[in-house]
Write a protein that binds this ligand. Structure first.
Ligand code: ZN
Length: 505
């Protein structure tokens, strides 16, 4: 923990971005509420994701249940493999994630190691219960899915979904037909996923219920290409290769997406395409490429369905590097398993070769809550005494504040009118008349309002208002007639306050 991270969470809590869930009952670890500003910001982040994957990429979006029958997750391997290594204190019965304790107390990364190896390491390195100092028992595996049942008194076992992906795989036949048999076929789903974490202690980073945005890209295994690859070919990727990690090196290999494919650093062109797209998406959300790297997972770390996985990691001051997205090459694992278990034909037909194939899948999967945290941390700036949340205007929860300079002489009434007009024009605005104008600007800066509209005495004479720009504090006078249009263009970034003649006030 450190000052910057504390400041981010303190601001987020105080200003209604996030709140601990079930707070009046003492709270529950691993759950967070999004407050009014947080919900809006999260929705706007999702809208950007959707703009990329659905609007620009043309992926099909579906929405499937979060409750999933046992058979589906048995077939997908989650019943047998979605496991966390857990250890209990023999004295206080506290439960812990073995990997976390080993990292914290012994400084070793045992992710992907067997429970035997972890038990041995705990004994040898004298790892104890962090709560009472008691002795720890043997490490064992715990299935991290939330269990439930479908129907009253029913024996039909089910789980809350650990990923949205399975809802896509089981619908493959309909999706393939809907997409008229074209490959690659991208299908996305955005929604809640669940992981019954043993002891989440990292705030927003380790949640038991979270929002995922996943894409399953189905392709002909003999033709793993993306028709739009040229668009991202020169995008630079910062790769932390498995061989460097194994050698204990933090060396980053920086290559273009095209070179990553040419030098076979990534498994195929589709994988490189989605890594590059992610750099672009994060940049648009305000996270610079210098704070992004792609970590190739070591063989023992990969999920049971993947033969190559890259994690997109973003650097944060509070938590160090955190994984915000995973890119798994799932091969034909899921479709083949569902074919075996359901007895249905989930193949595709390759016209050119007159051949039936089981599609392979590359899966970009994003953790929206973690991206939300990274966006907040990377946006919060301190300039002298000013605290400014420099959110990109198009994702800001409030796009413009509307302030009467004083609360008399008809200014509040005129400002209310303008607020109404801007709302009607589709802008997310907020009216504020409490406190001095300086305090109102400061409050707006802190929650990332990019533009403030101030109504003053001159407004009553000539129908103009000032627009103040959050990041430069420059102001410009514009006619109310053009106000909504000007604000929209400022928010999109097709107009700048300087080009309007904005000046320091
Ligand atoms: Zn204990």
């Amino acid at each position: 923990m450190n000052q910057k991270g504390d400041e981010v969470l303190e601001t987020a809590l105080r200003r209604g971005f996030i709140w601990p869930s079930f707070e009046i009952y003492g709270g529950a670890a691993g759950f967070y509420d999004y407050g009014p500003l947080g919900s809006a910001l999260k929705n706007n982040i999702i809208a950007e994701w959707r703009r990329v994957f659905v609007v620009e990429e043309g992926c099909l979006e579906i929405d499937t249940p979060t409750v999933v029958p046992f058979e589906v997750l048995k077939a997908s391997g989650h019943v047998d493999h979605f496991l966390d290594a857990m250890v209990e204190c023999t004295r206080c019965k506290g439960a812990f994630k073995a990997v976390d304790l080993l990292k914290e107390q012994a400084g070793v990364d045992m992710e992907g190691k067997s429970v035997k190896e972890m038990s041995k390491a705990i004994r040898e390195r004298g790892v104890r219960c962090p709560d009472c100092g008691g002795e720890l028992g043997e490490v064992f595996e715990f299935n991290a899915m939330f269990k439930t049942a479908v129907g009253p008194g029913s024996k039909r076992q089910a789980f809350l979904r650990p990923e949205t992906a399975q809802g896509i795989f089981v619908d493959f036949r309909r999706l393939y037909r809907h997409g008229r048999g074209k490959l690659p076929l991208g299908v996305v789903q955005i929604g809640r996923g669940y992981r019954n974490e043993i002891s989440p202690r990292q705030g927003m980073i380790r949640l038991r219920e979270f929002t995922m945005a996943e894409a399953e890209v189905f392709f002909d295994p003999k033709n793993p290409v993306h028709p739009g690859f040229e668009r991202v070919a020169s995008e630079r990727l910062r790769l932390w290769l498995a061989k460097d990690q194994s050698a204990g090196s933090e060396q980053i290999t920086e290559v273009t997406a095209a070179d990553a494919v040419r030098q076979k650093l990534v498994c195929n062109q589709l994988m490189a395409y989605y890594l590059a797209l992610t750099v672009q998406l994060l940049r648009r959300l305000g996270i610079p490429e210098s704070a992004v790297r792609f970590r190739e997972q070591l063989p023992g770390q990969r999920a049971h369905y993947s033969v190559e996985t890259w994690d997109a990691e973003v650097h944060t001051q509070r938590y160090g590097w955190i994984e915000i997205a995973g890119f798994a090459y799932r091969t034909d694992y899921d479709l083949s398993r569902h074919m075996q278990h359901s007895g249905e034909d989930l193949t595709a037909f390759i016209e050119e070769r007159k051949e039936k194939v089981v599609c392979h899948v590359v899966e970009p999967s994003f953790g929206i809550d973690r991206i939300f945290y990274c966006v907040l941390e990377h946006s919060l700036a301190t300039e002298g005494k000013r605290k400014i949340l420099k959110l990109k205007p198009y994702i800001a929860p409030i796009q413009a504040g509307v302030f009467p300079l004083v609360t008399k002489d008809g200014l509040p009434e005129r400002a209310r009118q303008i607020e109404r007009e801007l709302r009607t024009a589709g802008l997310r605005v907020e009216y504020d008349e409490s406190g001095s104008i300086g305090r109102r600007y400061a409050r707006a800066d802190e929650v990332g309002v990019p533009f403030c509209v101030t109504v003053d005495h001159q407004t009553l004479e000539d129908n103009t208002v000032t627009i103040r720009d959050r990041d430069t504090a420059k102001q410009v006078r514009v006619s109310i007639e053009n106000l909504a249009e000007v604000l929209k263009r400022l928010i999109e970034g097709t107009l700048s306050i300087e080009s309007l003649g904005g000046q320091e006030s």
